[in-house]
Ligand binder design. Sequence first.
Ligand code: MTE
Ligand code: MO
Length: 383
Amino acid sequence: SDYSREPSRHPCLKINAKEPFNAEPTRSDLISSYITPVDFFYKRNHGPIPVVDDIERYSVSVCGLVENSKELFMKDIWKLPKYTVTATLQCAGNRRTAMSKSRTVKGVGWDISAIGNAVWGGAKLADVLKLVGIPYLTSITQSGGKHVEFVSIDKCKEEKGGPYKASIPLSQATNPEADVLLAYEMNGEPLNRDHGYPLRVVVPGVIGARSVKWLDSINIIAEECQGFFVQKDYKMFPPTVNWDNINWSTRRPQMDFPVQCAICSLEDVSVVKHGKITIKGYAVSGGGRGIERVDVSIDGGKTWVEATRYQTTGIPYIADDGSSDKWAWVFFEAEANIPQSAEIVAKAVDIAANVQPESIDSIWNLRGILNTSWHPVQVRVGQ
Ligand code: MTE
Ligand code: MO
């Protein structure tokens, strides 16, 4: 593989793997802004960053089980109504390092920052599919298409040198309210190369793996994508499954991510000057389920207080019910007066009353995905 044309990246990112490039911001950089600056947005790649230098000639073909296939150029995509959606993207491997400490897992190690919240600008996939004759809210095409496959330009070793790919159900792709975008902007700027220039998919509320970058083609297919990352990865297995007894076909590809939260104002072990501290972090749930509550404890989870939550974009946004941005994280904050030493824990509850599991062991899985267990940090007051 050719890593000679990688873009430059912000020096403050923590690099978890160099080739392919995988990096996340520090905890404090992550919560320095509600909208994650592009420089501090985690970068998760499976191969070299493709080079697209002739934007006039770049096109996406829409084909497969459709009546009229089409070749779409950027000028065709730019002509469609433009939407901006504030959505949190989270890698299924976020917080994998902590899971690995309980029992070894396979995969790139991540602290708690394989997550970011951006304002994505682009066309709705539902409008693009209408161009090829698939109406809104279609779950099956006349020729039997039920899934929408996104194929990238990049090449990765898991696909034996072929492109990264993934799929989502046609019913979600053609639902304008699911807000699935073909995005060409991130935070008001053209996408940069790391995040999918010139065009990427953004599937709000779903694990990052389905938001295919550097889009090359869209295929309408009858069955789920048969690619590695849909069939042989990003599936949640029970703790009893190991590399000797795994049967990939027994589980469904992971789509929505579960309720998650993490403390970002403290490291896993910190020494602070005073007992009076501020506990800050993020909370988010998948599937458009907003956050109902965030609880914080300073005694390892015996007693709890509710944290304050906020969402501020700085960019005018009017939500359906005027109250919350359903695809975006909330920041939480709580003041506490801690004794000499304390175990601080945070946990979030979503609007469906889903709660985070207390222990890692109950959700441990061999690929180390979806670590949504309570996030504990140790604090000691000292010099
Ligand atoms: N798309 C392509 N083409 N290649 C990739 O390696 N990685 C996926 C997804 N889309 C990937 C991809 C994964 S696993 C995640 S978590 C997100 O992109 C990360 O997006 P980001 O790098 O913009 O944060
Ligand atoms: Mo990911």
